[in-house]
Design a protein around this ligand. Sequence first.
Ligand SMILES: Nc1ncnc2c1ncn2[C@@H]1O[C@H](COP(=O)(O)OP(=O)(O)OP(=O)(O)O)[C@@H](O)[C@H]1O
Ligand SMILES: [Mg+2]
Length: 265
Amino acid sequence: MPLLEVQDAVVRFGGVVAVNEANFTAEAGRITGLIGPNGAGKTTCFNVITGLQKPTSGTVHFDGRNITSTPVHRRARRGMARTFQRLEAFGSLTVRDNVRVAHDIAAGFRGVIRPAGADVDALLERVGISDYAQERADSIPTGTARLLELARCLASEPRLLLLDEPSSGLDDRETDAFGELLASLASEGTAILMVEHDMDLVMSVCDTIHVLDFGSVIASGTPAEIRADATVQKAYLGYSDDVEGTRSDLDAIGDTTVIPAVEAS
Ligand SMILES: Nc1ncnc2c1ncn2[C@@H]1O[C@H](COP(=O)(O)OP(=O)(O)OP(=O)(O)O)[C@@H](O)[C@H]1O
Ligand SMILES: [Mg+2]
């Protein structure tokens, strides 16, 4: 049974159908990609999973329990953690204190009372931002701030980690290190669900990919299956097999760093 199961999720904002009968899963020990053009509904799906957005219809199951109506903080206690596309750290605190706050809250939930210092330093080290420990969070580069958000998530030792565009702002070397970190987290049993526009990263680290377009899941499969999927090609790049002179596969995905945004029409 998958750790996370989203079934027939629909989210309507007035006349806009942001999520349309979406079905997808995420499993323990696996990295799952949730990809799609701008406005496809990826962040809205994260909001449904974490409880920030009530779905118009549909269900979310976590660890076999229906959590569709469970408040955000209870989902967090059960083992969900997320990062935000729009960064959400405490700007006036240092990087270290940001992680310390997250650590202390999580430790309080677990009833563990012990000095946080070594744990916090280990988290900063693990995500690779120890050098920024004493900097204020509002003064660090965007990529570093994303890693700070990740460290704050890891402080709660989540079973499901939801990452919304985690690599934006990272350079190539940092992105490689980030991919290795994700693989290491998954190898420890964490389920990772990642929204990401960097297709090189998605194709190299994900075990399974779900593709959203206009709120609907148009394809699910391994990176190789997604690359070869004609529907995905059309949604992303505006071409398909049946148009003369166009390409017949998604070789471009994985060679190009970022899939171009497609205007919603
Ligand atoms: N609170 C809201 N009220 C009204 N419409 C919304 C709201 N949140 C999202 N939308 C709309 O729902 C659709 C999906 O938005 P969402 O942010 O989930 O897309 P996304 O796939 O995360 O896009 P991006 O890649 O740009 O982050 C868009 O048309 C967006 O304008
Ligand atoms: Mg988004």
